[in-house]
Design a protein around this ligand. Structure first.
Ligand code: UP5
Ligand code: MG
Length: 196
């Protein structure tokens, strides 16, 4: 598939660590396309006629990981579409892979990632950011109960993915505690380190 020609950077970090915020900066300065797995799933959930809508809705509210076939297909379609329209071949894949099976399937069937940008932040800070956003976001998972479930899933399912890439020397960690501008300095340093 056309997606084989892509340059992929995975963007990981706990719920509310600032992945989406920093991806917007990278898109502006480095000409990447931003593909948020969560955004793609929310769009599919709302798409008229989707056979997966109800399933996605309940997984997201429960902080569970949607079966990977759905997510991998949405990502591959978005990448192929962008490459065929000649928009970009460089992709930030945000919030994916968050489980080992997804990581293996994507790198085998779609394309191997160049590296993973990992935003490191303590749970109490992530919780504060999410609850604040929840005042206006309308996201079904920005509430105490869902946030606690999302954290559990992150620790149990997603951190092993980060550890696995780390063993392979393909993770660059960024301190996500400071202001968005300061965090972005760390992001730029990471891209420089990776020669991008
Ligand atoms: N903010 C950002 N940076 C800040 C800073 N430096 N200082 C202070 N505030 C900061 O930021 C979160 C909030 O913090 C915002 O209000 C922001 O202004 C502020 P954001 O950039 O949105 O953080 P992000 O890491 O993107 O948080 P998000 O909530 O999107 O992370 P999640 O990983 O939880 O959400 P995602 O959309 O990726 O996934 C949602 C659900 O989809 C998952 O729980 C799961 O159910 C499902 N899913 C799958 O099943 N499979 C997948 O592959 C992907 C998702
Ligand atoms: Mg996000």
């Amino acid at each position: 598939t056309a997606a084989k020609q892509a340059l992929v950077v995975f963007v990981l970090g706990g719920p509310g660590a600032g992945k989406g915020t920093q991806c917007a900066n990278i898109v502006r300065d480095y000409g990447f396309q931003h593909l948020s797995a969560g955004d793609l799933l929310r769009a599919e959930q709302d798409r008229e006629g989707s056979e997966f809508g109800d399933m996605i809705k309940s997984y997201i509210k429960e902080g569970q990981i949607v079966p990977m076939e759905v997510t991998v297909q949405l990502l591959e379609n978005a990448m192929t579409g962008a490459i065929e329209k000649d928009e970009s071949r460089k992709f930030l894949i945000d919030g994916f892979p968050r489980k080992m099976d997804q990581a293996v399937a994507f790198e085998e069937k779609v394309v191997k990632s160049r590296f993973t940008l990992f935003f490191d932040l303590a749970e109490e800070d992530m919780r504060k950011r999410l609850l604040k956003r929840g005042e206006t976001s309308g996201r079904s998972d920005d509430n105490e109960e869902s946030i606690t479930k999302r954290f559990r899933t992150f620790v149990e399912m997603s951190m092993p993915v980060v550890e696995w890439f780390k063993k392979d020397g393909r993770v660059v960690k960024v301190d996500a505690r400071k202001s968005p501008e300061e965090v972005y300095e760390g992001v730029k340093a990471a891209f420089e380190k990776e020669g991008i």
